[in-house]
Design a protein around this ligand. Structure first.
Ligand SMILES: Nc1ncnc2c1ncn2[C@@H]1O[C@H](COP(=O)(O)OP(=O)(O)OP(=O)(O)O)[C@@H](O)[C@H]1O
Ligand SMILES: [Mg+2]
Length: 343
């Protein structure tokens, strides 16, 4: 019996069907990746499994039991937790309060669970009384994962945990996922970062327009040319809204966040075009490689101070920048201490 069994799942938003009969399974102890282009239906699949959306037809079984007919809070109690896309932490509460709320399903907060998440994420222990909305993007992602772990789930659904993080932090998050899995939690992982996900996952599925298009062992899919094809065929998300004001200066805060590589390329091309048409641009990006190729000059912000500045190509060759932001060179000793911000 599979820990999670999804069969012929159809989920719709009003008259628009997002999943057209999706079937897959996750065995106890596995890390399974669910890949697909923007809009393929990944988040819809996770939200249907965790009970936040009702399927139109099909079924979801968890440890043999049908859960598609149950409300979300009961599904959490059965041992299934989701870390949603975009994190959804309680920004006005402290780290500690967020974690305690994570354990709402239990009569009292289990100290063991708290110790476990602080051991996994020491950065959160240091910042337990900080208001969560003031944490960096990477710290917020860690908090979202830690909060889900407070329920001590058998199955953890992760929706794009690496979204918006610098390469060093992506590596740190993926190491944590591997650790959480080694400690006995089964994982279903949705990721745009297909390369990293396929290195980690034992098996993977590719969703295409609401259907499973491919499946197989992670390393096999990593070699499969069609996997890259799964990321093609979606139009770029235009940054039209901000441009309606025809600004002289455009401030862009992580425009590539959460996008598949092809879309990232499309967004960066658009930024170059906007600049050629006369708009000055201040770009905040975790994707330091792409940003440094595009930018005439760049600044590196570290712990609230400008640590470095220079022409883009110079910084791209700078060893400190390469190690901290381009994910090359020596592995940092404590990656969770990196603030992860490139200005
Ligand atoms: N609340 C909603 N109402 C209407 N349509 C929706 C809603 N949420 C999602 N959709 C549509 O359902 C389809 C699948 O969306 P979903 O969010 O599951 O994609 P995804 O694979 O998670 O994409 P991404 O990688 O961009 O997060 C998309 O066409 C999307 O526009
Ligand atoms: Mg999504």
């Amino acid at each position: 019996m599979s820990l999670l069994e999804v069969r012929d799942l159809v989920t719709a938003y009003g008259s628009i069907e997002a999943l057209h009969g999706v079937s897959f399974h996750v065995e106890e102890g596995e890390i399974v990746a669910l890949l697909g282009a923007n809009g393929a239906g990944k988040t819809t699949a996770l939200r249907t499994i965790s009970g936040l959306l009702r399927p139109r037809s099909g079924e979801v079984r968890f440890a043999g039991e049908r859960i598609d007919v149950r409300p979300a809070h009961e599904i959490v109690r059965l041992g299934l937790a989701q870390v949603p896309e975009g994190r959804w932490i309680f920004t006005l509460m402290t780290v500690d309060e967020n974690l305690r709320l994570g354990a709402y399903a239990e009569p009292r907060v289990p100290q063991g669970a708290l110790d476990r998440v602080f051991a996994l994420f020491p950065r959160l222990a240091e910042r337990r009384s900080q208001v969560a909305g003031t944490l960096s993007g990477g710290e917020q992602q860690m908090l979202a994962m830690a909060r889900a772990l407070m329920t001590r789930p058998r199955l953890l659904l992760l929706d794009e945990p690496s979204m918006g993080l610098a390469p060093v932090l992506v590596r740190a998050i993926f190491q944590r996922i591997a650790e959480i899995n080694r400690e006995g939690t089964t994982i279903l992982l949705v990721e745009q970062n297909a390369n990293a996900a396929l290195r980690l996952a034992r098996r993977a599925y590719v969703l295409e327009n609401g259907r499973i298009a491919l499946e197989g062992p992670g390393p096999d899919l990593a070699r499969n040319e069609a996997v890259r094809q799964a990321y093609l065929g979606v139009g770029a998300r235009p940054k039209a809204r901000a441009l309606m004001t025809r600004p002289r200066l455009l401030l862009l805060d992580e425009p590539s966040m959460g996008l598949a590589p092809v879309l990232v390329r499309a967004i960066f091309q658009r930024i170059a075009e906007i600049n050629r048409e006369g708009t000055t641009i201040l770009l905040v990006e975790q994707n330091a490689n792409a940003a440094l190729r595009l930018a005439r000059r760049a600044y590196v912000l570290e712990n609230g101070r400008i640590a470095l500045e220079g022409p883009g190509p110079d910084l791209a060759r700078n060893e400190a920048v390469r190690q901290a932001y381009l994910g090359v060179g020596a592995r940092p000793k404590a990656p969770e201490h990196s603030p992860g911000g490139v200005g």
